[in-house]
Design a protein around this ligand. Sequence first.
Ligand code: CA2
Length: 152
Amino acid sequence: MQFVGNSLTSNNMKRIAILNGPNLDRLGKREPEIYGSKTLDDLANDLREQFPDVAFEFYQSNHEGGLIDKISELAEGDCDGIVFNPGAYSHTSIALRDAVSGSKIPTIEVHISNIHARERFRHHSHTASVSKGVIAGLGLSGYGFATQALLG
Ligand code: CA2
């Protein structure tokens, strides 16, 4: 799917991609005590309502390569910023780190939960150090705060 605004997507609209990694398609369906009860569709609707002048592209993949291909595609286009929750790949993937770094697109990493208050293996993120900023532990509102920050 390409960038879509609320009405017509004009050239002067900011284009923000919201990328979500593995298992985040299960949001709102399991583990509400950690990740809340809203789904990815709810998140998309909330962001469109909160930022009516932004053209959003929403993408989720359970596959590392799918996320890398999407970032590469965005890097070839006119994307103004990425809000990225790489899920568990944050903690494992140097390939995703290279994709974010190589894209040159300002990227803000978001984690719904506070990864620093969870298991030790979640404390380090390979993608965080090539991101413009990181938000963790603020639930789905982190995506809105990240979008706001990318808009300047
Ligand atoms: O807190 C976050 O946003 C995470 O990126 C979520 C990842 C986790 O591996 C990271 O350490 C932190 C897991 C996403 C799994 O999402 C689910 C949502 C609902 C039900 C099951 C899984």
